[in-house]
Design a protein around this ligand. Structure first.
Ligand SMILES: Cc1cc2nc3c(=O)[nH]c(=O)nc-3n(C[C@H](O)[C@H](O)[C@H](O)COP(=O)(O)OP(=O)(O)OC[C@H]3O[C@@H](n4cnc5c(N)ncnc54)[C@H](O)[C@@H]3O)c2cc1C
Length: 493
């Protein structure tokens, strides 16, 4: 085994998704030597796409909010220096960002809170008071997000205990109709939490960011991963890919480095784990962690898995759409609406567009193949996937017309996501940030070992914006409020 000694202030980050790279870029900008270790052979985590038949298929980035000049995610990306490297396409050209299609009605989500309020009032004229209260809260959340309060302040200003109550309960208390609740339930899906258990704060944060402005990647799906990686290396950062962390080394209660799968030992004065807390726990020696902490982590519920299907379609028959379509069906309890997300975009190949479809699919469905690895799961698994892909495509054909000529490029399951980014049970958005377990989830932000910090989607909230905000928070914790205010926040445009 080879030990590589630390120089003072050496920082080691575990995980090269957007969470790890955001922390890595910021700390490199502050002058720290940073190394990111990644277990997959290709860095980038869920930002990375994959190619099938020469077509780029997205994994964890279908659309993003708040990226217009001066908007919160844009200001954070500007601070990181990645904005000019990522070609973006604004959604909503037809006045629609998302179209929600229910069995008996359609609702269009437009850009802007005013337009959203107008559309809601037109669809639900009897519920003007409820709509005014909801859009009033949304405007308040937009102000909080735009002020970047969540990264600037150690405690989140303007967050009342009531804003951690479930949004579903609030809507019922306000006397909203089941149809209005159906429309309002969709944004909760974007962070993987059912509306009935989705904290009001996270609900408004997610919806407000997409209403500010919505975007998708303009050229291929890999540009974001490449931009974050090239920015990090241009600042002198190092990525070690294909050699994940096997253990976090501790000395006198303090993290002092990691042992990699290969046996290589890397020392550091600070370790940032931009991975799932259950994975962090498995990397720590049991004696370093109190049993109460271990129990809290292991008993936390994660977000439900997803099944995704990517299909190449004829561009003339199925033109690219500047908005997404959600096909939604009521669940038995009447309040939650699951469904299928659909997006048709250009591929860069003349005459061919890409139709991406995503729907919920719990790990239980895939339990028989739990012990297998990607590419070696056998024919039963392939048949099951083909069956599921067919169902999802049938539903899409009812929206877009026959898909007879379509070519299935790929279908992924929670097992694929599990093996791709090492996420427990293939959970797409990490820990379920539900009202029921929120305090337990938040308490994980202080890891049980000195010099070890949590970044990434499990820190504040999932989604690209939540993950970036969470990693800025992690850097504030690492360098201290004073240095952060002066050297990071001072640079916000
Ligand atoms: C199908 C799907 C669609 C999505 N669509 C959207 C969307 O349209 N918009 C949006 O905003 N969000 C979307 N998300 C969510 C978003 O992608 C995530 O919230 C975000 O990318 C998480 O970033 P992260 O860095 O925390 O985690 P990840 O990207 O998962 O990165 C973690 C990295 O850590 C690595 N790792 C794990 N264990 C180790 C170890 N022991 N040693 C070294 N490395 C390790 C993993 O290999 C991985 O590369 C989607 C997610 C999924 C799954």
């Amino acid at each position: 085994m080879m030990r590589e000694d630390a120089t003072p202030g050496d920082i080691l980050i575990i995980g090269s998704g957007i969470g790890g790279l955001t922390a890595g870029i910021l700390l490199s900008k502050l002058g720290f030597p940073v190394t990111i270790v990644e277990r997959a052979t290709q860095p980038g985590g869920l930002m990375r796409s994959y190619r099938r038949c020469d077509i780029d298929c997205p994994t964890g980035v279908h659309y993003l909010g708040a990226l217009d000049q001066g908007q919160p995610l844009r200001r954070l990306w500007d601070c990181l220096g990645v904005t000019p490297l990522i070609p973006l396409e604004r959604m909503g050209a037809d006045g629609i960002i998302d179209r929600y299609i229910f069995d008996d009605f359609v609702f269009d989500l437009p850009e802007g809170i005013d337009a959203f309020e107008d559309n809601l009032c037109r669809a639900f004229p009897e519920e003007y008071d409820q709509i005014a209260a909801i859009t009033g809260d949304l405007r308040e959340m937009s102000r909080v997000l735009s002020g970047l309060d969540m990264v600037l302040s150690p405690t989140i200003a303007n967050v009342s205990p009531q804003s951690m109550d479930p949004m579903g309960r609030r809507l019922l208390k306000m006397g909203c109709s089941s149809r209005l609740i159906a429309v309002l339930s969709v944004p909760a899906v974007l962070i993987g939490v059912p509306l009935n258990d989705c904290p009001i704060f996270y609900y408004y944060m997610t919806l407000a960011s997409y209403l500010m402005s919505s975007w998708r990647l303009a050229e291929g799906s890999n540009t974001m991963a490449e931009a974050f990686l090239s920015r990090f290396s241009s600042l002198g950062g190092t990525v070690i890919a294909g050699d994940g962390a096997k253990a976090i080394e501790i000395d006198a209660g303090r993290a002092k480095g990691v042992i990699l799968q290969s046996g290589r030992i890397l020392s550091a004065t600070t370790v940032i784990a931009a991975i799932h807390p259950k994975t962090i726990l498995a990397l720590l020696p049991p004696e370093a962690v109190r049993s109460s902490y271990a129990e809290r982590v292991t008993t936390l519920l994660d977000t439900e898995g997803l099944l995704g299907v990517n299909v190449a379609v004829d561009a003339e028959e199925h033109p690219a759409l500047p908005y997404n379509i959600y096909r939604l069906h009521p669940e038995e309890n009447g309040n939650l609406y699951r469904g299928i997300f659909n997006q048709i975009r250009r591929t860069g190949q003349t005459g061919t567009n890409l139709l991406s479809m995503i729907t919920a699919s719990g790990i239980e469905e895939w339990q028989p193949w739990e012990k297998t690895t990607s590419g070696r799961r056998g024919t039963d698994y392939e048949s099951r996937k083909a069956e599921k892909a067919y169902q999802v495509m049938e539903a899409a054909a009812r929206l877009f017309g026959p898909l007879g000529d379509a070519k299935v490029l790929d279908c992924y399951t929670p097992l694929t996501v599990r093996d791709w980014v090492h996420s427990p049970d293939g959970s797409p958005y990490g820990i379920l940030r539900s009202a029921s377990q929120l305090m337990r989830a938040v308490s994980l932000n202080r890891l049980p070992v000195k010099g070890l910090f949590l970044a990434g989607q499990n820190r504040l909230s999932p989604g690209i914006m939540g993950t970036v905000l969470g990693s800025f928070q992690a850097v504030r914790q690492v360098v201290g409020q004073e240095r952060f205010t002066q050297d990071v926040a001072g640079g916000f445009q």
